[in-house]
Design a protein. Structure first.
Length: 447
């Protein structure tokens, strides 16, 4: 066993419901055995109970639960920064031409390495991933995630209209390829074992006919443990196109509901323009909305109505939406979420640092139905953790050195933290990333 001594913060309860949800241990102890936290609390108490265990002192920074990204696109790493156009034009100009390259396994493998590295280096330890339209590329993603240790929930993206022809499939092929991937990768009882999970993933109703959605539903019925993810109500032009394609549906959500795809294990990205009926139905079924604030801003999709979601009882988590989003950091997503809610005024939901930490960690764990395994530092959870320790001489180092308490330091971390401030990352107790340290002044002397 290892006893980690750290300043750690986590949210074992929901701050949208509990005022004192943030738990802070200025001098805390986390006792870890076989990758699982067996005791959590003040260091003195944990040490007294376990006087013989080896201590690893990681004080000097902030230790947080590993981040959980609930919407990110594996094939879009290399197109981050396609700014200045709305969603549908962005897809045609940037995303779809890039995604067509993933029929080349060597290309897919190179991007898979970049993708997994980008997540872990930013402190993301679990991700709900929009995979590739090509089954072989999804297989490659799972292989790389397994090698690196990333907790991955992912699936083959399926569509049969309105995209590039090489990205189209048929309902029969969507079902058969999905079934093969599920048997190989979904859960510890799969052929490959491990911590990967499968998510049935039609791209969105705009590009998925009723036949494709029915094939997705068939997989979910045959394999009840798989997750479901897609897009919804991201862009007004998209919403109108879906309405025309499904004239018999009440709204966008109904296109998924009619196929039986909306459950407590469903995560729908964006939902910037929901109808009240949709919010009520999502709440009733326990479906999650993945809020992607940087992408919503970059593509001009609109302001996410967080208050309406919460008042309707809809669970909300956070997603980076790479590459419509602007990077893998959930610190940046949290800050952008804060900004956008501030700009909404009375219609917005004021967000505290506690809310941001919850959205980046425990909310994502709940969205993926992994709340009993990850998301905070309670005893019984996996030791998924990220240590933020800024370089000496950096602005954030100066701020944290003078923060009056850990909660204020958390606010400063969301305001100014970047990938460079990630010192170490653990997943299931295993170190998956460690920064090679330099002082900020060293960067200047090495130029």
């Amino acid at each position: 066993m290892t006893l980690y001594r750290a300043t750690f913060l986590h949210t074992p309860t929901n701050p949208f419901h509990e005022a004192d949800a943030l738990q802070v241990e200025e001098d805390g102890g986390l006792l870890v055995r076989d990758g699982q936290i067996v005791q959590s609390g003040p260091f003195a108490e944990v040490r007294a109970a376990q006087p013989a265990e080896a201590v690893e002192d990681v004080r000097g920074g902030l230790l947080l639960p590993g981040f959980v990204d609930t919407h990110v696109h594996y094939p879009q790493v290399r197109i981050i920064g396609g700014l200045g156009v709305p969603l549908l034009e962005w897809l045609d100009r940037y995303a779809l031409p890039e995604e067509a390259k993933f029929g080349d396994d060597a290309y897919a493998a190179a991007v898979a390495r970049e993708f997994v590295s980008g997540l872990t280096r930013n402190g993301t330890t679990t991700a709900l991933v929009f995979g590739s339209h090509f089954a072989s590329a999804v297989d490659i993603l799972f292989e790389e995630a397994s090698r690196a240790g990333l907790r991955t929930v992912a699936g083959q993206v399926v569509s049969d209209r309105l995209l590039r022809p090489e990205l189209h499939t048929t309902p029969e092929r969507a079902y058969s390829e999905g079934k093969s991937l599920i048997k190989k990768w979904h859960g510890p009882e799969s052929q490959m074992g491990g911590r990967n999970l499968y998510a049935v993933t039609p791209r969105f109703s705009l590009s998925a006919s009723e036949g494709i959605l029915d094939a997705c539903a068939a997989l979910m019925q045959e394999f009840p443990g798989v997750r479901f993810t897609s897009h919804i109500n991201e862009n007004l032009a998209e919403v109108e196109t879906v309405r025309a394609l499904f004239p018999g549906s009440r709204d966008y959500l109904d296109t998924y509901e009619r196929a039986g795809l909306i459950t407590r294990r469903s995560v729908l990205a964006h939902n910037v323009h929901p109808a009240e009926r949709e919010l009520g139905a999502m709440a009733e079924r326990g479906c999650t909305a993945a809020h992607c604030p940087c992408s919503n801003s970059a593509l001009g999709s609109g302001f996410f109505p967080l208050r309406r979601h919460l008042e309707a009882g809809v669970h909300v988590s956070l997603g980076s939406d790479v590459g419509g989003g602007t990077g893998f950091s959930l610190l940046k997503e949290g800050l952008q979420a804060y900004f956008m809610q501030q700009l909404l005024g009375q219609e917005g939901m004021p967000l505290s640092p506690t809310h941001l930490l919850y959205l980046a960690t425990r909310a994502g764990a709940k969205a993926l139905d992994l709340g009993e395994q990850i998301g905070d530092f309670s005893a019984g959870k996996a030791y998924d953790a990220v240590l933020f320790e800024p370089l000496e001489g950096s602005t954030l180092h100066a701020i944290l050195s003078h923060s009056p308490n850990a909660e204020r330091a958390l606010a400063s971390l969301f305001a100014t933290g970047t990938q460079a401030d990630v010192r170490r990352v653990w997943i299931g107790g295993k170190g998956v990333y460690q920064r090679t340290d330099l002082n900020a002044d060293d960067f200047l002397s090495n130029r």
